[in-house]
Design a protein around this ligand. Structure first.
Ligand code: CO
Length: 422
């Protein structure tokens, strides 16, 4: 199996950030990484490999060189994607004869891409454990179970002239009929091996059932959900799992909630990375000053996907600083520091890629358009170190089904191995 097939399997089995982190943990355990808990004291050895999670939706894995404490070499990506979250009371039987799900937007998605396709539900349930406490269960309905239907064109003649979707009224998925009340939670609870009555709370999200596919004249493209940013999250973790670090502490962080501003305890704009790096230092006997030095002397690669030129809208992209799928890792630039890249971090990352024989491309937005921001500058507010913003070129960012190039994932993995190993 090649890396792209492995990634497509991972994406299919990771409909939510919780599942992505669970699957990354499995990959890391398989190559000797051991789990540390934030609530416990940390002991670690030179040459050891560890990971820690927060909220079960963010994860930081790291590898200590045999030489011991040394500067941090960090990669960061994110586990979440735009979707719809089920509200606390999620059954809506107010339209006679139908049972719909009452959902809320999570992040900035292309709403129309979610219509007229089979959807399902996954996430976590928190239930009574029978001893006065609670237990968390990962769940995935894992079947075609709902659809958000379009209006027929006869009732919405202007839909092709642009339509303002209202998330409260237009985008509720049809799940069943009047007598199906209670069925969804019963089925999820059964999947988790618990009773529906014991479920106290839930974080449940919609996802598309469309399987990943490889396509094109020479099968040079692939499409699936959540390419932004699972492609970078998986690619960086895969590279870490294959690397041996001789100097520098290799760190790979996958944060949650990037799509909604990163301001949660498990987001890039939290103390998760700072706490983890500090605790690594103390566990290895470093002083406060040595830990600060290891941050100051460190380097961070913030990996979040980039915009390939759209085949039908080349006019929306800068003429000289545009990027294409299958042409290498993208270094992202923004004068106003929405991306952290500067001449020094650009040059260092270019050298890393040169060593790995990986091509690089440079992206800047048109000056009359504002682009998105990402993890790097938010994370830098907590752990400030030389950082480059990179990503892989893709189309249709934030559609329920995105497209990327089949060659680029291997480029990323090779670049990251070169970063951590050399
Ligand atoms: Co992203």
């Amino acid at each position: 199996m090649d890396n792209l097939e492995r990634f497509l399997n991972f994406a299919e089995q990771s409909p939510t950030a919780f599942h992505a982190v669970e699957n990354l943990k499995d990959m890391l355990r398989g190559v000797g990484f051991r789990e540390l808990k934030e609530k416990d004291p940390w002991m670690m050895d030179e040459g050891g490999k560890y990971f820690v999670t927060r909220n079960d939706s963010a994860i930081i894995a790291f590898m200590i060189p045999r030489s011991g404490f040394s500067p941090f070499k960090i990669a960061a990506a994110h586990s979440d994607s735009p979707t719809f979250k089920l509200k606390p009371h999620f059954e809506d039987g107010t339209e006679k004869g139908y049972l719909r799900l009452n959902v809320e937007k999570y992040g900035g998605m292309i709403m129309s891409s979610w219509l007229d396709r089979p959807l399902s539900v996954a996430g976590r349930l928190v239930a009574r454990d029978g001893h006065g406490g609670v237990v968390t269960k990962l769940v995935n309905l894992d079947r075609d179970a709902m659809v958000i239907p379009n209006l027929p064109i006869h009732f919405n003649r202007k839909v092709n002239d642009g339509y303002a979707w209202n998330a409260q009224t237009d985008l509720l998925p049809l799940y069943g009929e009047g007598d199906d009340v209670g069925k969804l939670m019963r089925e999820l609870a059964e999947d988790a091996g618990i009773q529906a009555e014991d479920v106290l709370a839930h974080d449940l999200f919609l996802y598309s059932r469309q399987a990943g596919s490889v396509w094109g004249a020479q099968e040079q493209f692939f499409s699936c959900g959540r390419i932004d940013d699972l492609e970078c999250a998986w690619g960086c973790m895969k590279a870490l799992s294959e690397s041996e670090t001789r100097e520098g502490i290799a760190v790979c962080a996958v944060f949650d909630n990037e799509e909604v501003g990163s301001l949660s305890k498990q987001g890039a704009n939290s103390n998760f990375l700072y706490d983890t790096l500090t605790r690594i230092g103390f566990a290895l006997g470093a002083s406060d000053g040595e830990i600060r030095a290891a941050m100051g002397d460190g380097f961070m690669i913030s990996a979040d996907n980039a915009h390939a030129v759209h085949p039908n809208h080349g006019e929306l992209y800068d003429k000289q600083n545009r990027v294409y799928m299958n042409q290498g890792v993208v270094i992202k630039h923004n004068a106003n520091q929405k991306y952290t890249t500067d001449a020094v971090s650009d040059a260092l990352f270019t050298l890393i890629c040169e060593r790995a024989d990986v091509p690089v491309q440079h992206f800047s937005n048109r000056s009359d358009m504002t682009g998105g921001s990402t993890l790097g500058n938010l994370s830098n507010a907590h752990v400030s170190l030389n950082t480059v913003d990179i990503g892989l070129a893709q189309l249709a960012m934030h559609s329920v089904c995105e497209t990327a190039g089949t060659k680029d994932l291997d480029y990323l993995i090779r670049a990251m191995r070169s970063f951590w190993q050399e």
